[in-house]
Write a protein that binds this ligand. Structure first.
Ligand code: GFB
Length: 316
């Protein structure tokens, strides 16, 4: 398929990390018209409001990026919010999209919904082959339901809904709350604050040994637009860079980028989470797409963004 400049594309969750990057990408390239609403204008957990929104606006394409997301601690602390909000949002949007003639929908899953001990690098076919990582079980169950809903609507109604499985994402638009954020924004903030306050140590959660794969959100946005145009299959598709790094090496890299010369302490009372998350990206490469932003380059940009944001915002 091809996107036309008069096609209306709805980006659900345009204020989140991923939705904002997709919106930037679509606006910059001017390849279509875009539609977006803040959560106070449209509460996606409200079925009636979502039905009305689709009936009144009739978008042609949808990126479903809206979700309740958070790092390892937020997931463990708010399991009810994670399962309820995500089930409601995705059920309302996928169903309303189908019933209002949306031509194609892209649903965003996450690499953390694969089994905790999936064989690495993780293939798409390993979904539902083993127990989940307990720290994000409730988020994972909701997201798996969303993926399966796309398959079911494709099979029963012929609705062109695809699901994509991004690896851990970082970049401009991240959340920097130290309790609920993901590791990269947390470490950018911790090292920066330690540098300006001349603190002798920075604490990193866990043992430092877990391995994660990180992708810059602008690469993810580019992949999502590419897959909207070029991928149509009930099998989900991984989006990653094909390389991972240990949390201790990530901490050293961020320490160097920030220019902090104190020590790193590991707090082993905090959870490690899943030991490794690295996606097999052969299917993605077969579609003709590869990530372009290296981790070092992406972290430098993310740090620059963080500093300008930090200087403007009041942090608690
Ligand atoms: O980014 P993160 O919270 O997500 O943690 P997950 C990744 C690793 O970094 C874990 C360690 O081993 C953490 O213990 N880590 C070290 C830290 N220091 C910190 C810190 O200051 N803050 C945080 N947050 N971590 C999430 C899932 O798992 O992955 C979500 O819980 C989501 O559902 C996300 O899908 C992509 O990779 O462990």
């Amino acid at each position: 398929m091809k996107l036309n400049t008069d096609d209306l594309v709805y980006v659900a969750g345009h204020r989140g990390l991923v939705g904002a990057a997709i919106l930037r990408r679509l606006v910059k390239e001017r390849i279509c018209r875009v539609l977006f609403k803040t959560s106070s204008e449209l509460d996606l957990r409200n079925q009636h409001a979502v039905d009305n929104f689709f009936a009144n606006n009739k978008p042609a394409y949808v990126f479903l990026c809206a979700a309740r997301v958070g790092g390892i601690q937020a997931n463990s602390s708010y399991p009810a919010d994670f399962i309820r909000d995500n089930l409601q949002i995705q059920t309302n949007v996928i169903d309303a999209a189908y019933r209002n003639g949306v031509r194609k929908l892209v649903f965003l899953g996450s690499s953390c919904i694969y089994p905790k001990l999936a064989q690495q690098p993780i293939q798409e076919s390993s979904l539902l082959t083993g127990p989940l990582e307990p720290t994000n079980e409730f988020y994972a169950i909701a997201k798996i339901a969303g993926l399966k809903m796309c398959v079911a609507y494709r099979r029963q109604y012929g609705f062109d809904a695809i699901s994509v499985m991004p690896t851990n994402i970082y970049g401009p638009g991240d959340h920097y709350d130290l309790e609920t954020s993901h590791v990269i924004p947390a470490l950018l903030r911790k090292f920066h604050e330690a540098k300006i306050a001349d603190n002798p140590t920075v604490t990193v959660w866990g043992t430092g040994s877990p391995r994660r794969e990180f992708m810059h959100v602008d690469d993810l946005a580019d992949a999502c637009v590419h897959l909207l145009i070029n991928y149509s299959d009930e099998q989900t598709i991984n989006i990653g860079v094909g390389k991972d790094i240990s949390i201790s090496d990530l901490a050293l890299l961020i320490q160097q980028i920030v220019g902090y010369d104190g020590d790193i302490l590991f707090d082993t009372n905090k959870p490690d989470g899943t030991p490794q998350k690295l996606l097999n990206v052969s299917r993605l490469h077969e579609t003709g797409w590869k990530a372009k932003i290296s981790l070092e380059q992406g972290l430098r940009e993310a740090y620059e963004y963080f500093v300008s944001f930090y200087n403007k915002e009041s942090f608690k």
